[in-house]
Ligand binder design. Structure first.
Ligand code: BG6
Length: 487
Protein backbone atom coordinates (compact mmCIF):
# COMPACT_ATOMS: atom_id res chain seq x y z
CA UNK A 1 0.00 0.00 0.00
CA UNK A 2 1.43 3.42 -0.95
CA UNK A 3 2.04 5.85 1.91
CA UNK A 4 3.66 9.24 1.62
CA UNK A 5 5.32 8.96 5.05
CA UNK A 6 7.53 6.22 6.40
CA UNK A 7 8.03 5.02 9.99
CA UNK A 8 10.82 6.70 11.92
CA UNK A 9 11.35 4.02 14.54
CA UNK A 10 9.71 1.31 16.58
CA UNK A 11 5.91 1.41 16.72
CA UNK A 12 4.03 2.28 19.87
CA UNK A 13 3.27 -0.78 21.97
CA UNK A 14 6.28 -2.68 20.62
CA UNK A 15 6.73 -5.82 22.72
CA UNK A 16 10.26 -5.57 24.13
CA UNK A 17 11.27 -8.36 26.46
CA UNK A 18 12.97 -11.69 26.96
CA UNK A 19 12.44 -15.35 26.17
CA UNK A 20 12.87 -18.66 28.01
CA UNK A 21 11.65 -22.24 27.79
CA UNK A 22 10.39 -24.44 30.62
CA UNK A 23 12.85 -27.28 30.06
CA UNK A 24 15.91 -25.02 30.22
CA UNK A 25 14.64 -22.69 32.91
CA UNK A 26 12.17 -24.14 35.40
CA UNK A 27 14.00 -27.07 36.97
CA UNK A 28 11.80 -28.95 39.48
CA UNK A 29 11.61 -31.72 36.92
CA UNK A 30 10.01 -34.23 39.27
CA UNK A 31 8.03 -32.00 41.63
CA UNK A 32 4.29 -31.65 42.18
CA UNK A 33 3.33 -34.49 39.89
CA UNK A 34 5.35 -33.44 36.85
CA UNK A 35 6.10 -36.18 34.31
CA UNK A 36 9.34 -36.67 32.37
CA UNK A 37 9.74 -34.80 29.09
CA UNK A 38 11.86 -35.42 26.01
CA UNK A 39 14.29 -32.63 27.00
CA UNK A 40 15.00 -34.34 30.30
CA UNK A 41 16.40 -37.49 28.73
CA UNK A 42 18.92 -35.73 26.48
CA UNK A 43 22.38 -36.06 27.97
CA UNK A 44 24.70 -33.07 28.18
CA UNK A 45 27.05 -32.83 25.23
CA UNK A 46 30.58 -34.13 25.61
CA UNK A 47 32.05 -31.15 23.85
CA UNK A 48 31.05 -27.65 22.87
CA UNK A 49 30.67 -28.45 19.18
CA UNK A 50 28.55 -31.56 19.67
CA UNK A 51 25.42 -31.23 17.54
CA UNK A 52 24.10 -34.76 17.98
CA UNK A 53 20.72 -33.79 19.35
CA UNK A 54 18.89 -35.76 16.74
CA UNK A 55 20.48 -39.07 17.57
CA UNK A 56 18.50 -40.30 20.54
CA UNK A 57 17.64 -43.98 20.62
CA UNK A 58 15.20 -45.93 22.76
CA UNK A 59 18.14 -47.38 24.62
CA UNK A 60 19.43 -43.89 25.52
CA UNK A 61 15.99 -43.04 26.85
CA UNK A 62 15.77 -46.18 28.95
CA UNK A 63 19.12 -45.35 30.55
CA UNK A 64 17.91 -41.81 31.21
CA UNK A 65 14.65 -42.97 32.77
CA UNK A 66 16.55 -45.27 35.14
CA UNK A 67 18.79 -42.36 36.20
CA UNK A 68 16.98 -40.37 38.88
CA UNK A 69 19.60 -37.61 39.15
CA UNK A 70 20.22 -34.44 37.20
CA UNK A 71 23.97 -34.94 36.93
CA UNK A 72 24.01 -35.91 33.26
CA UNK A 73 20.76 -34.12 32.43
CA UNK A 74 21.18 -30.44 33.38
CA UNK A 75 17.82 -29.45 31.86
CA UNK A 76 16.23 -31.30 34.75
CA UNK A 77 17.56 -28.62 37.08
CA UNK A 78 17.36 -25.55 34.80
CA UNK A 79 17.94 -22.46 36.93
CA UNK A 80 15.01 -23.01 39.29
CA UNK A 81 12.47 -20.55 37.90
CA UNK A 82 9.92 -22.88 39.48
CA UNK A 83 10.85 -21.61 42.94
CA UNK A 84 12.26 -18.22 41.97
CA UNK A 85 9.69 -16.86 39.53
CA UNK A 86 8.76 -13.95 41.81
CA UNK A 87 12.34 -12.72 41.94
CA UNK A 88 12.88 -13.19 38.19
CA UNK A 89 9.68 -11.43 37.24
CA UNK A 90 10.48 -8.57 39.63
CA UNK A 91 13.74 -8.16 37.69
CA UNK A 92 11.81 -8.11 34.44
CA UNK A 93 9.50 -5.51 35.97
CA UNK A 94 12.46 -3.39 37.03
CA UNK A 95 13.81 -3.61 33.49
CA UNK A 96 10.50 -2.34 32.13
CA UNK A 97 9.94 -5.44 29.99
CA UNK A 98 6.68 -5.36 28.07
CA UNK A 99 6.67 -9.08 27.29
CA UNK A 100 8.12 -12.27 28.71
CA UNK A 101 8.17 -15.50 26.78
CA UNK A 102 7.87 -18.77 28.65
CA UNK A 103 6.73 -22.20 27.60
CA UNK A 104 4.27 -24.40 29.42
CA UNK A 105 5.73 -27.76 30.37
CA UNK A 106 3.06 -30.07 28.94
CA UNK A 107 4.25 -32.70 31.46
CA UNK A 108 3.44 -30.45 34.42
CA UNK A 109 -0.15 -30.37 33.29
CA UNK A 110 -0.53 -33.80 31.68
CA UNK A 111 2.42 -35.80 33.12
CA UNK A 112 2.17 -38.65 30.62
CA UNK A 113 0.43 -36.68 27.91
CA UNK A 114 -2.47 -39.09 27.50
CA UNK A 115 -4.41 -38.55 30.74
CA UNK A 116 -7.96 -37.30 30.46
CA UNK A 117 -7.71 -34.97 33.47
CA UNK A 118 -5.01 -32.35 34.09
CA UNK A 119 -2.71 -32.09 37.10
CA UNK A 120 -4.07 -29.16 39.10
CA UNK A 121 -0.69 -28.36 40.69
CA UNK A 122 0.81 -27.76 37.26
CA UNK A 123 -2.01 -25.45 36.20
CA UNK A 124 -1.82 -23.57 39.50
CA UNK A 125 1.90 -22.90 39.04
CA UNK A 126 1.31 -21.04 35.78
CA UNK A 127 -1.64 -19.16 37.34
CA UNK A 128 0.81 -17.69 39.82
CA UNK A 129 3.33 -16.89 37.08
CA UNK A 130 0.73 -15.04 34.99
CA UNK A 131 -0.65 -13.17 38.01
CA UNK A 132 2.87 -12.01 38.87
CA UNK A 133 3.50 -10.87 35.28
CA UNK A 134 0.23 -8.90 35.36
CA UNK A 135 1.46 -7.11 38.47
CA UNK A 136 4.35 -5.69 36.41
CA UNK A 137 2.29 -5.10 33.25
CA UNK A 138 4.25 -7.76 31.42
CA UNK A 139 2.44 -9.50 28.59
CA UNK A 140 3.03 -13.27 28.62
CA UNK A 141 4.06 -14.81 25.30
CA UNK A 142 3.49 -18.52 25.74
CA UNK A 143 4.90 -21.40 23.72
CA UNK A 144 2.75 -24.51 23.87
CA UNK A 145 5.52 -26.91 22.92
CA UNK A 146 9.21 -26.09 23.27
CA UNK A 147 11.06 -29.38 22.79
CA UNK A 148 9.36 -30.93 25.80
CA UNK A 149 6.80 -33.55 24.78
CA UNK A 150 5.94 -36.24 27.34
CA UNK A 151 8.49 -39.06 27.18
CA UNK A 152 5.67 -41.52 27.85
CA UNK A 153 4.33 -40.74 24.37
CA UNK A 154 7.72 -41.52 22.86
CA UNK A 155 7.88 -44.83 24.67
CA UNK A 156 4.34 -45.89 23.85
CA UNK A 157 3.96 -44.59 20.29
CA UNK A 158 7.10 -42.81 19.08
CA UNK A 159 5.75 -39.37 19.96
CA UNK A 160 4.39 -37.27 17.14
CA UNK A 161 5.02 -40.01 14.60
CA UNK A 162 1.64 -41.37 15.71
CA UNK A 163 -1.49 -39.46 14.77
CA UNK A 164 -3.01 -40.19 18.20
CA UNK A 165 -0.72 -37.53 19.67
CA UNK A 166 -2.76 -34.80 17.96
CA UNK A 167 -5.77 -35.47 20.18
CA UNK A 168 -3.67 -35.57 23.34
CA UNK A 169 -1.95 -32.32 22.49
CA UNK A 170 -5.20 -30.59 21.67
CA UNK A 171 -6.71 -31.75 24.98
CA UNK A 172 -3.77 -29.99 26.63
CA UNK A 173 -4.18 -26.86 24.47
CA UNK A 174 -7.92 -26.64 25.09
CA UNK A 175 -7.31 -27.00 28.83
CA UNK A 176 -4.79 -24.16 28.95
CA UNK A 177 -6.75 -21.88 26.60
CA UNK A 178 -9.74 -22.18 28.93
CA UNK A 179 -7.73 -21.84 32.12
CA UNK A 180 -5.67 -18.83 31.04
CA UNK A 181 -8.31 -17.05 28.99
CA UNK A 182 -7.90 -13.29 29.43
CA UNK A 183 -4.47 -13.77 31.02
CA UNK A 184 -2.49 -14.76 27.93
CA UNK A 185 -2.90 -12.81 24.72
CA UNK A 186 -0.01 -14.23 22.68
CA UNK A 187 0.42 -17.94 22.08
CA UNK A 188 2.98 -19.81 19.96
CA UNK A 189 2.38 -23.37 18.84
CA UNK A 190 5.60 -25.36 18.22
CA UNK A 191 9.00 -23.86 18.93
CA UNK A 192 11.23 -23.89 15.83
CA UNK A 193 8.91 -26.36 14.18
CA UNK A 194 11.31 -26.82 11.25
CA UNK A 195 13.85 -28.49 13.51
CA UNK A 196 11.57 -31.51 13.63
CA UNK A 197 13.12 -32.47 10.32
CA UNK A 198 16.47 -32.94 12.11
CA UNK A 199 15.51 -35.17 14.95
CA UNK A 200 14.11 -36.23 18.24
CA UNK A 201 13.91 -33.04 20.31
CA UNK A 202 11.03 -31.44 18.40
CA UNK A 203 8.73 -34.37 17.69
CA UNK A 204 9.86 -36.90 20.30
CA UNK A 205 10.28 -39.50 17.53
CA UNK A 206 13.42 -41.57 18.13
CA UNK A 207 16.37 -42.32 15.92
CA UNK A 208 15.77 -45.70 14.34
CA UNK A 209 19.40 -46.10 13.36
CA UNK A 210 18.66 -45.72 9.64
CA UNK A 211 20.54 -43.13 7.56
CA UNK A 212 19.11 -39.59 7.81
CA UNK A 213 17.35 -39.73 4.44
CA UNK A 214 15.56 -42.92 5.34
CA UNK A 215 14.19 -41.40 8.51
CA UNK A 216 12.59 -38.51 6.69
CA UNK A 217 9.34 -40.41 6.27
CA UNK A 218 8.86 -40.58 10.05
CA UNK A 219 9.99 -37.02 10.61
CA UNK A 220 7.79 -35.35 8.00
CA UNK A 221 4.82 -37.49 9.00
CA UNK A 222 5.31 -36.40 12.63
CA UNK A 223 5.53 -32.81 11.44
CA UNK A 224 2.32 -33.19 9.47
CA UNK A 225 0.63 -34.20 12.72
CA UNK A 226 2.03 -31.06 14.34
CA UNK A 227 0.69 -28.89 11.50
CA UNK A 228 -2.78 -30.32 12.03
CA UNK A 229 -2.50 -29.94 15.82
CA UNK A 230 -1.37 -26.34 15.34
CA UNK A 231 -4.38 -25.58 13.12
CA UNK A 232 -6.75 -27.20 15.63
CA UNK A 233 -5.15 -25.17 18.45
CA UNK A 234 -5.66 -22.03 16.36
CA UNK A 235 -9.34 -22.87 15.93
CA UNK A 236 -9.69 -23.60 19.65
CA UNK A 237 -8.09 -20.40 20.86
CA UNK A 238 -10.06 -18.24 18.45
CA UNK A 239 -13.29 -19.79 19.73
CA UNK A 240 -12.36 -19.74 23.41
CA UNK A 241 -10.69 -16.32 23.59
CA UNK A 242 -11.34 -14.08 20.58
CA UNK A 243 -8.92 -11.49 22.00
CA UNK A 244 -5.97 -13.89 21.85
CA UNK A 245 -3.53 -14.23 18.94
CA UNK A 246 -1.57 -17.31 18.02
CA UNK A 247 1.60 -17.60 15.98
CA UNK A 248 3.87 -20.09 14.27
CA UNK A 249 7.52 -20.25 15.39
CA UNK A 250 10.33 -20.91 12.93
CA UNK A 251 14.09 -21.18 13.35
CA UNK A 252 14.93 -18.81 10.52
CA UNK A 253 17.98 -20.20 8.81
CA UNK A 254 19.21 -17.38 6.69
CA UNK A 255 21.54 -18.61 3.99
CA UNK A 256 23.45 -17.04 1.10
CA UNK A 257 24.85 -18.57 -2.08
CA UNK A 258 28.55 -19.31 -1.58
CA UNK A 259 29.32 -17.61 -4.94
CA UNK A 260 27.36 -15.92 -7.76
CA UNK A 261 27.53 -19.21 -9.65
CA UNK A 262 23.85 -19.86 -10.57
CA UNK A 263 24.24 -23.42 -9.30
CA UNK A 264 25.11 -22.06 -5.84
CA UNK A 265 22.27 -19.54 -6.01
CA UNK A 266 19.84 -22.29 -6.87
CA UNK A 267 21.16 -24.53 -4.08
CA UNK A 268 20.68 -21.69 -1.61
CA UNK A 269 17.14 -21.20 -2.89
CA UNK A 270 16.35 -24.84 -2.21
CA UNK A 271 17.75 -24.51 1.32
CA UNK A 272 15.54 -21.51 1.82
CA UNK A 273 12.46 -23.33 0.59
CA UNK A 274 13.14 -26.24 2.91
CA UNK A 275 13.26 -23.74 5.76
CA UNK A 276 10.14 -21.79 4.78
CA UNK A 277 8.07 -24.87 3.95
CA UNK A 278 6.92 -24.98 7.57
CA UNK A 279 5.60 -21.46 7.73
CA UNK A 280 4.14 -21.82 4.25
CA UNK A 281 1.88 -24.48 5.73
CA UNK A 282 1.13 -22.64 8.95
CA UNK A 283 0.64 -19.15 7.53
CA UNK A 284 -0.68 -19.86 4.03
CA UNK A 285 -2.56 -22.97 5.10
CA UNK A 286 -1.29 -25.36 2.46
CA UNK A 287 1.67 -27.48 1.42
CA UNK A 288 3.76 -25.60 -1.18
CA UNK A 289 4.34 -27.30 -4.55
CA UNK A 290 8.13 -27.36 -4.23
CA UNK A 291 7.84 -29.94 -1.44
CA UNK A 292 6.13 -32.44 -3.74
CA UNK A 293 9.37 -32.92 -5.63
CA UNK A 294 11.43 -33.10 -2.44
CA UNK A 295 9.09 -35.69 -0.97
CA UNK A 296 9.04 -37.73 -4.19
CA UNK A 297 12.83 -37.73 -4.39
CA UNK A 298 13.16 -38.80 -0.75
CA UNK A 299 10.42 -41.43 -0.75
CA UNK A 300 8.27 -39.50 1.68
CA UNK A 301 4.53 -40.06 1.48
CA UNK A 302 2.46 -38.00 3.87
CA UNK A 303 -0.60 -39.85 5.16
CA UNK A 304 -3.41 -37.36 5.56
CA UNK A 305 -6.91 -37.76 6.97
CA UNK A 306 -9.75 -36.63 4.68
CA UNK A 307 -10.21 -33.23 6.26
CA UNK A 308 -6.58 -32.37 7.11
CA UNK A 309 -6.10 -30.04 4.16
CA UNK A 310 -9.38 -28.30 4.93
CA UNK A 311 -8.35 -27.78 8.56
CA UNK A 312 -4.95 -26.37 7.56
CA UNK A 313 -6.56 -23.96 5.12
CA UNK A 314 -9.30 -22.83 7.50
CA UNK A 315 -7.05 -22.08 10.48
CA UNK A 316 -3.80 -20.34 9.57
CA UNK A 317 -1.91 -18.59 12.37
CA UNK A 318 -2.35 -14.88 13.13
CA UNK A 319 1.32 -13.96 13.16
CA UNK A 320 4.72 -15.43 12.49
CA UNK A 321 7.37 -15.56 15.17
CA UNK A 322 10.91 -16.75 14.66
CA UNK A 323 14.36 -17.14 16.13
CA UNK A 324 17.35 -15.58 14.46
CA UNK A 325 20.93 -16.04 15.60
CA UNK A 326 23.14 -16.36 12.56
CA UNK A 327 23.48 -17.10 8.87
CA UNK A 328 25.36 -19.62 6.75
CA UNK A 329 26.32 -20.01 3.11
CA UNK A 330 25.20 -22.77 0.77
CA UNK A 331 27.03 -24.19 -2.18
CA UNK A 332 25.97 -26.64 -4.86
CA UNK A 333 29.14 -28.68 -4.60
CA UNK A 334 30.47 -30.86 -1.83
CA UNK A 335 32.27 -28.05 -0.03
CA UNK A 336 32.65 -28.58 3.67
CA UNK A 337 29.81 -27.59 5.99
CA UNK A 338 32.07 -26.06 8.59
CA UNK A 339 30.03 -23.33 10.23
CA UNK A 340 28.06 -24.30 13.29
CA UNK A 341 24.75 -22.95 14.44
CA UNK A 342 21.48 -23.73 16.10
CA UNK A 343 21.18 -27.01 14.25
CA UNK A 344 22.00 -25.34 10.95
CA UNK A 345 25.33 -26.29 9.63
CA UNK A 346 26.50 -24.65 6.47
CA UNK A 347 29.50 -22.98 4.95
CA UNK A 348 31.57 -20.26 6.50
CA UNK A 349 31.14 -16.67 5.38
CA UNK A 350 34.46 -14.78 5.11
CA UNK A 351 32.70 -11.48 5.81
CA UNK A 352 31.36 -12.51 9.21
CA UNK A 353 32.78 -13.12 12.65
CA UNK A 354 31.56 -15.99 14.76
CA UNK A 355 30.68 -16.48 18.43
CA UNK A 356 32.77 -18.73 20.68
CA UNK A 357 30.47 -21.53 19.59
CA UNK A 358 31.08 -20.88 15.90
CA UNK A 359 27.71 -19.20 15.19
CA UNK A 360 28.28 -16.54 12.53
CA UNK A 361 27.11 -13.13 13.65
CA UNK A 362 25.10 -11.36 10.95
CA UNK A 363 22.88 -8.41 11.94
CA UNK A 364 22.17 -7.39 8.33
CA UNK A 365 20.95 -10.94 7.76
CA UNK A 366 18.19 -10.17 10.24
CA UNK A 367 17.01 -7.23 8.16
CA UNK A 368 17.06 -9.43 5.07
CA UNK A 369 15.13 -12.17 6.88
CA UNK A 370 12.51 -9.69 8.08
CA UNK A 371 12.01 -8.22 4.62
CA UNK A 372 11.84 -11.59 2.92
CA UNK A 373 9.35 -13.02 5.36
CA UNK A 374 7.18 -9.92 5.35
CA UNK A 375 7.10 -9.97 1.54
CA UNK A 376 6.22 -13.64 1.49
CA UNK A 377 3.60 -13.77 4.24
CA UNK A 378 2.14 -10.32 4.95
CA UNK A 379 1.34 -11.20 8.56
CA UNK A 380 2.89 -9.45 11.57
CA UNK A 381 6.33 -10.76 12.48
CA UNK A 382 7.70 -11.26 15.98
CA UNK A 383 11.37 -11.97 16.80
CA UNK A 384 11.02 -14.25 19.81
CA UNK A 385 14.66 -15.32 20.04
CA UNK A 386 17.95 -13.62 19.26
CA UNK A 387 21.09 -13.16 21.29
CA UNK A 388 24.70 -14.04 21.90
CA UNK A 389 25.79 -17.16 23.74
CA UNK A 390 29.05 -16.17 25.41
CA UNK A 391 31.38 -16.96 28.28
CA UNK A 392 30.84 -14.28 30.94
CA UNK A 393 33.27 -13.53 33.73
CA UNK A 394 32.76 -11.80 37.02
CA UNK A 395 35.32 -9.00 37.11
CA UNK A 396 37.44 -8.01 40.09
CA UNK A 397 34.96 -5.21 40.88
CA UNK A 398 32.19 -7.81 41.09
CA UNK A 399 30.47 -6.66 37.87
CA UNK A 400 29.87 -8.48 34.60
CA UNK A 401 30.98 -6.15 31.85
CA UNK A 402 29.43 -7.78 28.82
CA UNK A 403 30.11 -5.11 26.22
CA UNK A 404 30.25 -7.85 23.52
CA UNK A 405 26.62 -8.73 24.26
CA UNK A 406 25.52 -5.09 24.15
CA UNK A 407 27.32 -4.78 20.84
CA UNK A 408 25.58 -7.86 19.42
CA UNK A 409 22.13 -6.73 20.58
CA UNK A 410 22.62 -3.14 19.45
CA UNK A 411 23.60 -4.17 15.93
CA UNK A 412 20.61 -6.48 15.60
CA UNK A 413 18.17 -3.91 16.98
CA UNK A 414 19.54 -1.31 14.55
CA UNK A 415 18.75 -3.66 11.68
CA UNK A 416 15.27 -4.30 13.08
CA UNK A 417 14.68 -0.57 12.98
CA UNK A 418 15.88 -0.46 9.37
CA UNK A 419 13.43 -3.23 8.50
CA UNK A 420 10.58 -1.33 10.15
CA UNK A 421 11.48 1.72 8.07
CA UNK A 422 11.51 -0.60 5.04
CA UNK A 423 7.86 -1.23 5.87
CA UNK A 424 8.00 -4.52 7.80
CA UNK A 425 5.24 -5.04 10.38
CA UNK A 426 7.22 -6.13 13.45
CA UNK A 427 5.34 -6.70 16.73
CA UNK A 428 8.13 -7.28 19.18
CA UNK A 429 11.50 -8.58 20.22
CA UNK A 430 12.10 -11.01 23.07
CA UNK A 431 15.82 -11.68 23.33
CA UNK A 432 16.78 -15.25 24.17
CA UNK A 433 17.70 -16.40 27.67
CA UNK A 434 17.32 -12.97 29.22
CA UNK A 435 18.07 -14.62 32.55
CA UNK A 436 20.93 -17.12 32.07
CA UNK A 437 19.62 -20.65 31.60
CA UNK A 438 20.78 -24.07 30.47
CA UNK A 439 21.82 -24.21 26.83
CA UNK A 440 19.59 -26.20 24.55
CA UNK A 441 22.15 -27.75 22.23
CA UNK A 442 24.91 -28.66 24.68
CA UNK A 443 23.17 -28.35 28.09
CA UNK A 444 26.00 -26.12 29.25
CA UNK A 445 25.42 -23.38 31.79
CA UNK A 446 28.53 -21.53 30.73
CA UNK A 447 26.96 -20.62 27.38
CA UNK A 448 25.17 -17.55 28.67
CA UNK A 449 22.74 -15.27 26.84
CA UNK A 450 21.28 -13.24 29.68
CA UNK A 451 21.37 -9.68 30.84
CA UNK A 452 20.94 -11.28 34.26
CA UNK A 453 23.68 -13.65 35.47
CA UNK A 454 22.78 -16.81 37.35
CA UNK A 455 25.35 -18.29 39.72
CA UNK A 456 25.51 -21.89 38.55
CA UNK A 457 28.24 -23.78 36.72
CA UNK A 458 28.10 -26.62 34.20
CA UNK A 459 28.08 -29.23 36.96
CA UNK A 460 25.18 -27.55 38.75
CA UNK A 461 27.26 -25.97 41.55
CA UNK A 462 26.36 -22.45 42.65
CA UNK A 463 23.95 -20.42 44.73
CA UNK A 464 21.57 -19.63 41.83
CA UNK A 465 21.81 -16.00 42.90
CA UNK A 466 20.75 -13.54 40.18
CA UNK A 467 23.06 -10.61 39.35
CA UNK A 468 22.58 -7.83 36.80
CA UNK A 469 25.16 -7.62 34.01
CA UNK A 470 26.05 -4.29 32.36
CA UNK A 471 23.70 -5.22 29.53
CA UNK A 472 20.76 -5.04 31.98
CA UNK A 473 20.94 -1.25 32.35
CA UNK A 474 21.58 -0.87 28.64
CA UNK A 475 18.55 -2.95 27.64
CA UNK A 476 16.40 -1.15 30.23
CA UNK A 477 17.24 2.14 28.53
CA UNK A 478 16.51 0.69 25.10
CA UNK A 479 13.06 -0.34 26.30
CA UNK A 480 12.40 2.96 28.09
CA UNK A 481 13.17 4.91 24.92
CA UNK A 482 11.31 2.43 22.70
CA UNK A 483 14.50 1.66 20.84
CA UNK A 484 15.50 5.28 20.19
CA UNK A 485 18.58 5.25 22.42
CA UNK A 486 20.85 2.32 21.56
CA UNK A 487 24.07 3.84 22.92
C1 BG6 B 1 16.94 -22.08 19.85
C2 BG6 B 1 16.05 -22.75 20.86
O1 BG6 B 1 17.28 -23.02 18.87
O2 BG6 B 1 18.17 -21.62 20.24
C3 BG6 B 1 16.38 -22.45 22.31
O3 BG6 B 1 14.70 -22.46 20.63
C4 BG6 B 1 17.87 -22.41 22.47
O4 BG6 B 1 15.75 -23.42 23.10
C5 BG6 B 1 18.44 -21.31 21.60
O5 BG6 B 1 18.32 -22.31 23.78
C6 BG6 B 1 19.92 -21.12 21.74
O6 BG6 B 1 20.57 -22.35 21.56
P1 BG6 B 1 21.64 -22.89 22.58
O7 BG6 B 1 21.95 -24.23 22.13
O8 BG6 B 1 22.76 -21.95 22.50
O9 BG6 B 1 20.98 -22.85 23.92
Amino acid sequence: MYKSTIPTGFPEGFLWGGATAANQYEGAWNEDGKGLSTAEVVKKAEKRTDMSLGNITLEDIEIAIADKTDENYPKRRGVDFYHRFEEDLALMGEMGAKAFRISLAWTRIFPNGDETEPNEAGLAFYDKVFETMAKYDIEPVVTLSHYESPIHLTMTRNGWADRATIADFNRFTETVFRRYKGKVKYWLTFNEINTGSFGFHETGAVDTGLPYDEQLQIRYQALHHQFVASAIATKQVHEIDPEAKIGAMLARMQTYPATPNPADVQAAQVQDELNLFFTDVQVRGEYPEFMNRYFAEHNVKIAMADDDEEILKAHPVDFLSFSYYMSTVTSAGDSEADALGNMAVGGRNPYLEASDWGWQIDPIGLRIALNEMWDRYRVPLFIVENGLGALDEIAADGGIHDTYRIDYLRKHIEQMREAIIDGVDLMGYTMWGIIDLVSFSTSEMSKRYGVVYVDQDDAGNGTLERKKKDSFAWYKKVIATNGDDLN
